[in-house]
Ligand binder design. Structure first.
Ligand SMILES: NC(=O)c1ccc[n+]([C@@H]2O[C@H](COP(=O)([O-])OP(=O)(O)OC[C@H]3O[C@@H](n4cnc5c(N)ncnc54)[C@H](OP(=O)(O)O)[C@@H]3O)[C@@H](O)[C@H]2O)c1
Length: 310
């Protein structure tokens, strides 16, 4: 029997990790939230986790308020503590007790401007030789792309990745993007984009949505299942990208949502500068997955989610 510790167990992802592991008799699950442990306190992390001696630690706790941490110094300090430093504390204790650590990270570690690949054999950036004829470049950031966050939140998540790499031994860093699923159970629970847009449709005949920031959505139950699969198949330790297939802008996603949910509210595409936000967002943040079997498309996952919340 494997002892698995899930931290941030009431969060959007954490609750799905609990569901997936507790249904399997091979695991003994300990689900901790802020009431059980404050992972920004290194002494607590050392003492409580050394006492529990889990074989696997899944860290789904994070500071996710992208705009608040951009404009407010105190919020940024909180984000650094939780996203930047705490993963290093977990990595140290995981190494000491020989546990596997899973740390979740984000597409926001990337700049938004991916390199455009050339077809094999084309030496330069000609963009026009015969090799380009049937070549469809895969645009996005793979697991080895150089992170270059454009806002403070992304910088804190990158600090966390680096802290795990520096202090850990048996670890997976799993990057995801635009998480959706059942809202977290905590007091400051943030609704996912799809839930926000479902609520907006009840109040408006027309909504505006940004037709930029192309990226992938990640369905929390799919990510939880894939996390278990990565661990059980003993994939090599390192960085993984896990998101549902189907790059889209926010606008394209709302159009799809309303079509599926048979909602009549109109959707107008707008530029990102119509909704000025304190933190910059990557223009394109598609996570390319070169190491794992792909997840299903976000459209299939969204269909399931809509059925589930009916
Ligand atoms: N949400 C997204 O769109 C998105 C996108 C990319 C990456 N990610 C990453 O995915 C992972 C999961 O995110 P999520 O959206 O599921 O998070 P979430 O719903 O905000 O949940 C985070 C959990 O962490 C707990 N927590 C907060 N401070 C803590 C502390 N000091 N010690 C222990 N636990 C603490 C919270 O407890 P309380 O409820 O008591 O505060 C909450 O249950 C994170 O690494 C996040 O950065 C998320």
């Amino acid at each position: 029997m494997q002892k698995v510790l899930i931290i941030g167990s009431k969060g959007m992802l954490g609750q799905e990790l609990v569901n997936i592991f507790k249904d399997d008799a091979d695991y003994k699950v300990t689900a901790w939230d802020q009431n059980n442990i404050d992972i920004t306190d290194e002494a607590q992390v050392k003492e409580k986790i050394a006492k529990l001696t889990p074989n696997i630690i899944l860290n789904a706790a994070a500071y996710n308020n992208v705009d608040a941490c951009e404009k407010d110094k105190a919020e940024y300090v909180k984000a650094v503590a939780l996203n930047g430093k705490a993963p290093g504390f977990l990595a140290k204790i995981a190494k000491k007790i020989d546990a596997t650590l899973v740390q979740y990270s984000t597409d926001y570690v990337f700049s938004g401007y991916p390199d455009i690949p050339e077809p094999a054999g084309c030496g330069g950036s000609c963009g026009s030789c015969s090799l380009h004829e049937n070549f469809v470049p895969q645009i996005g950031f793979d697991e080895n792309a150089i992170p270059e966050p454009v806002q403070k939140y992304g910088k804190t998540k990158l600090m966390g990745e680096e802290a795990v790499q520096k202090n850990g031994e048996k670890y997976y860093i799993i990057r995801l993007s635009k998480l959706f699923g059942k809202p977290a159970k905590g007091k400051d629970a943030k609704k996912s984009f799809f839930d926000v847009m479902l609520a907006a449709a009840k109040k408006n005949k027309e909504v505006k949505a940004v037709d930029e920031e192309t990226g992938l959505f990640t369905y929390a139950p799919d990510l939880a299942k894939k996390t278990k699969e990565i661990i059980e198949s003993e994939k090599p330790f390192g960085i993984y990208h896990v998101a549902n297939e189907g790059p889209c802008t926010w606008y394209e996603a709302v159009v799809e949502l309303y079509k599926m949910a048979k909602i009549k509210t109109k959707v107008a595409p707008v530029d990102a500068n119509e909704f000025p936000r304190p933190a910059a967002r990557p223009y394109v943040s598609i996570l390319l997955n070169t190491k794992l079997n792909p997840l299903r498309s976000y459209k299939l996952a969204l269909r399931e989610y809509l059925k589930d919340i009916k």
